[in-house]
Design a protein around this ligand. Structure first.
Ligand code: SF4
Ligand code: MG
Length: 324
């Protein structure tokens, strides 16, 4: 399978009042054509910053180093003009809260049309036709009417369908979806996931799916990277993730999947919190929260090791692995 996106030693830093902080710290991964890669971890682990680095949409005080190769292009080396062509056209993004990325003053039809016209050489009439076709493709009832409605007239689930319609309207090769269903209730969430899976099967687009929800991962993903404190700590195919997770952090995430009738808050079972970038532990970044921590864990950072088809960054496996 061809690789569509390759990220090597990505480092993203921000200038802040308290100095330069490193939020993504040497991240490597790739996405193949037609594949859905899950990016999992708690908030503050660098998942969203990784995706914004790929899109080159970091705030002013952020800067990325390393290599991002997308479809043969050196993303970090592109001019802003060339990057604009990549955004939306070849890589599209779907966010958690569509209300913040839709323009409240324009009808949904106009917004999809504008996305189409920005990236495809079509007439206004053709763009309208495509906008309505996309609304139908994402399962909108009354697509012609919805075309003329404003975002606030739609429910959260419908707005997310509009976002997906916009994202798909230019046939992107890669969709980056950042917590696309987190703001939706469970029934609508399932519908949106079904829709994304259907569209992916029809179009062959690749998806980078950022989520803290392992249920979503089980439903959607082929492979997964688990991020902790700005680094990849585990990489595996989805079956192995559920059958034999290796990193203590991944295992903690697994144990904190709530049962169906369980009202616990998410992640109750991993004590403590993700360290702040200014206060990274010197050894393993997970050590302060790890029940398996050994003396060496507090002293030296573990490398990401290849263990068969899996990769894991943990001293527990140091003897059985090779450097990845
Ligand atoms: Fe836990 Fe040590 Fe492994 Fe870190 S390296 S996850 S502290 S066992
Ligand atoms: Mg995020």
């Amino acid at each position: 399978m061809t690789t569509i996106l390759e990220v090597e030693q990505l480092r993203t830093r921000f200038r802040t009042d308290s100095g330069v902080v490193s939020v993504v710290d040497g991240v490597d991964f790739s996405i193949r054509a037609g594949e859905t890669l899950g990016v999992v971890g708690e908030s503050g682990c660098g998942k969203s910053v990784t995706s914004l680095s790929i899109m080159r949409l970091l705030p002013q005080n952020g800067k990325s180093e390393g290599t991002i190769r997308f479809n043969g292009k050196d993303v970090l080396g592109l001019s802003e003009k060339d990057m604009q062509r990549v955004r939306g056209n070849e890589i599209a993004m779907i966010f958690q809260e569509p209300m913040t990325s839709l323009n409240p003053l324009h009808t949904v039809g106009r917004q999809i049309e504008e996305a189409v016209m920005l990236h495809m050489k079509v007439s206004k009439a053709q763009a309208k036709e495509r906008a309505i076709a996309m609304l139908k493709a994402v399962g909108m009832p009354r697509a012609e009417e919805i075309y003329g409605e404003y975002p606030h007239q739609l429910s959260g689930g419908m707005r997310q369908r509009v976002m997906i319609a916009m994202a798909m309207s230019c046939d992107p090769k890669l969709i980056i979806a950042d917590e696309p269903t987190t703001a939706l209730d469970v029934t609508i969430q399932a519908q949106i996931l079904d829709l994304m899976r259907d569209l992916k099967e029809k179009t062959g687009t690749s998806i980078m799916l950022i989520t803290h929800d392992l249920g979503v991962v089980a439903e959607m993903c082929d492979r997964v990277i688990v991020m902790y404190a700005g680094q990849v700590v585990e990489e595996t195919d989805v079956d192995t993730l559920f059958e034999s997770p290796k990193h203590p952090y991944t295992i903690g995430l697994m144990n904190s999947i709530p049962e169906l009738d369980d009202e616990r808050e998410y992640l109750e079972t991993i004590p403590g919190a993700v360290p702040l970038p200014q206060q990274m532990p010197k050894g393993c970044r997970f050590a302060p929260r790890c029940s398996k921590a050994m003396a060496i864990c507090n002293e030296q950072p573990p490398e990401l090791l290849q263990l068969g088809g899996q990769k894991c960054r943990c001293w527990l496996y140091q003897d059985g692995g090779e450097q990845a």
